[in-house]
Ligand binder design. Structure first.
Ligand code: FE
Length: 159
């Protein structure tokens, strides 16, 4: 079996906060933004599912605002026995200089190499003017009855 391409890394940006709560559902009353259900799996470069990988997500709300005082729209989870993860959130808005994106750190269990990256949304004109944007970090989006549904699989190196 040929090796999978590793998920590219990007800059962390200025808004990461350590210590996010463990939760897969980031929705809260009054949150701005269209609902997004994001899921996928974590693989190593040989296509083996990685169980118990730590995934830490953080993002802006639909107005492009981060919660820098608390932990709204921030949360971590661990991949399940199939390497799977699932996140309930909203589609982030843009903010000056940035096309909409979701930040994430992924670390295989056992404290091995951690990656920091960002996921993007297809079809947005603002993608063209964002220097961090990459087409290989696009979420595969489909529209569901109750919002958007997206998938993205991570491939991380295990030294
Ligand atoms: Fe950001």
């Amino acid at each position: 079996m040929s090796d999978l391409g590793l998920t590219p890394e990007t800059t962390e940006g200025p808004y990461y906060k350590k210590g996010s709560p463990q939760r897969a559902d980031l929705l809260y009353d009054g949150v701005h933004g269209e609902k997004l259900s994001l899921s996928g799996r974590v693989f190593d470069r040989h296509g083996k599912q990685i169980v118990g990988a730590w995934l830490d997500f953080w993002q802006a709300d639909g107005h492009g605002r981060y919660d820098n005082e608390g932990f709204l729209l921030r949360g971590h989870q661990f991949s399940d026995e199939s390497g799977g993860y699932a996140l309930q959130t909203v589609i982030p808005g843009s903010y000056p200089g940035r096309t909409p994106h979701i930040h994430v750190k992924v670390r295989p269990s056992g404290g091995r190499a951690e990656i920091t990256t960002q996921l993007f949304f297809p079809g947005l004109p603002s993608n063209q003017t964002d220097t961090i944007f990459r087409t290989d970090l696009l979420i595969d989006i489909s529209t569901a009855a109750d919002g958007e549904s997206g998938t993205f699989d991570f491939v991380v190196d295990i030294p």
